[in-house]
Design a protein around this ligand. Structure first.
Ligand SMILES: [Ca+2]
Length: 481
């Protein structure tokens, strides 16, 4: 047994002793309700939906969509239905989940690096991959959840979506994504053809994208190899329910008789497929008697809703947008016998996931000053009055380390209101204010109503205190930590 594992076990023994004396946590705390006398280090399973709106889960009130396994997970979890991602598209959102940093801090506010997708598609394969690698420092130079856990003797497996090149760049010890074209050429393996005919890795996960759609075996093999010997962290971020909507017919047939609109049916079928894989994964942990010692975390990286005429295209009010169908996600945290299943309506954010997991694992000293999220499992830190923030960026970056130059809008939700403040980048969005309790679909913009002038001024100040959008001082630099 390594020294670090011994230290971890000593920590949990101390927690157990303090709990036994009723001293470790107040009655109000969400956190440990019980602990074994000498528990091993907990494993962590992170499940991330790719492109699923907050309202397309049974446990979020949708009584048509087929999500029985996610609903069961929710019933056993601390549930945060009012969660948000900082930006409503894959890569920036996933980088936040890895680092606990906002996009204007980690600098990955785009899907495609300079000079942008249209230009990099004209490059040779060698030039393309070299251009994509210019962003590696943004993830390599910062603490990430897998990098931190690996220093504490965890083995860390990456599967599914991963935009940061080779899995090792982000600190994983094991993984499927290599930042190179997958051996089989298809859309689902994240491989595509350059204009000159060469094949390249799209950049979103290449070989890792087979997880969930085609196989779960790499995760089972990894768990079975390491369980009981080393604690593990599994990143399960399948390319689901993301397009292409290619779920077998039986997943559409689940909705027979439910009168689901035509444009929603392929998306809902893909959600049912994703849900089935979540059930398989949890069942595998149960069969291996690992569930009681595994923290399961769930969120969606961003939302999705189809266009009525083109169901495989996202509605402009969902992905990449400033609206709830893009930005909002439920967050679930399950840890049997440690975290009480309950609903917590306070606003929360995926920047909270890294600090929450580190605190739960007894590693609070690994939470860096740059990580501005809260420990969601501490009743002291959850607040009814907490605002949550983010910013909307375009899909392409024109220059690195200058996120402020790309900001189309910053947004803040405080209480029932959400304010969207335009600029300063080109093609800014409009000033918008919504009362989400009365107008959850954000149809009535209150920003020009004088009745709300004071509220808008107060919320603008909250935004400016969070991040003044002409300030790039906080972004990761080439040689910074
Ligand atoms: Ca996504």
């Amino acid at each position: 047994m390594t020294r670090s594992i011994q230290r971890r076990r000593q920590f949990y023994l101390l927690v157990a002793l303090l709990l036994a004396q009723g001293r470790a946590f107040s009655d109000d705390d969400i956190r440990p309700k019980a602990a074994e006398s000498e528990p091993p280090c907990p494993n962590v399973l992170m499940i991330l939906a790719d492109d699923q709106s907050y309202r397309d889960f049974g446990f979020m009130g949708n009584d048509v969509v087929h999500t029985p396994h996610l609903d069961r997970l929710a019933s056993q979890s601390a549930r945060f239905p009012n969660g948000y991602v900082p930006m409503s598209v894959c890569r920036p959102s996933l980088a936040t989940i890895l680092t606990g940093l906002y996009p204007h801090q980690h600098g990955i506010h785009f899907n495609h690096p300079p000079p942008g997708l249209a230009e990099i598609r004209k490059m040779t394969a060698e030039e393309y991959h070299a251009t994509r690698a210019t962003t590696d420092y943004l993830i390599r130079n910062v603490p990430t959840l897998p990098r931190i856990l690996a220093r504490h003797d965890y083995v860390c497996l990456q599967t599914g979506k991963h935009w940061e090149g080779d899995y090792r760049t982000a600190g994983f010890t094991h993984g499927m994504t290599l930042g190179r074209p997958a051996s089989r050429l298809s859309q689902v393996t994240g491989t595509r053809k350059q204009i000159n005919g060469e094949w390249v890795a799209h950049g979103n996960g290449d070989a890792g994208l087979t997880i969930g759609r085609e196989t779960m075996q790499p995760i089972y093999d990894f768990i079975d190899e390491h369980a009981g010997r080393q604690p593990f962290f599994v990143w399960y971020a399948p390319f689901l329910p993301h397009v292409p909507f290619d779920a077998p017919d039986r997943f559409q047939e689940l909705y027979d008789g439910n009168d689901v609109p035509d444009e929603l049916l392929p998306y809902f079928a893909e959600i049912a497929l994703f849900d089935k894989t979540v059930g398989q994964l949890i069942e595998h942990l149960e069969q291996q008697s690992l569930l009681k010692n595994t923290i399961v975390v769930f969120a969606s990286d961003n939302g999705f809703r189809p266009q009525p005429e083109r169901p495989e295209r996202y509605s402009k009010r969902s992905k990449l947008s400033q609206y709830e169908d893009g930005l909002r996600t439920p967050i679930l945290i399950r840890w049997d016998n440690h975290i009480a299943p309950a609903e917590h309506p306070q606003l929360c954010h995926t920047i909270d996931l890294v600090p929450t997991i580190l605190a739960a694992l007894g590693l609070p000293n690994e939470i860096t000053p740059r990580m501005r999220g809260l420990n969601l499992l501490s009743s002291d830190q959850l607040s009814e009055n907490r605002p949550v923030f983010g910013a909307i960026y375009p899909n392409d970056a024109s220059v690195l380390s200058k996120p402020s130059q790309h900001v189309r809008a910053r947004w803040v939700r405080h209480g029932n209101f959400k304010l969207i403040v335009p600029g300063p980048a080109k093609s800014p969005l409009s000033l918008e204010l919504f009362n989400l309790s009365q107008d959850p679909m954000e149809q009535s913009n209150l920003a020009n109503d004088q009745m709300y002038a004071n509220r808008i001024a107060q919320m603008r100040k909250l935004l400016d205190d969070w991040w003044t959008a002409r300030n790039d001082d906080g972004v990761t630099r080439t040689n910074s930590d």
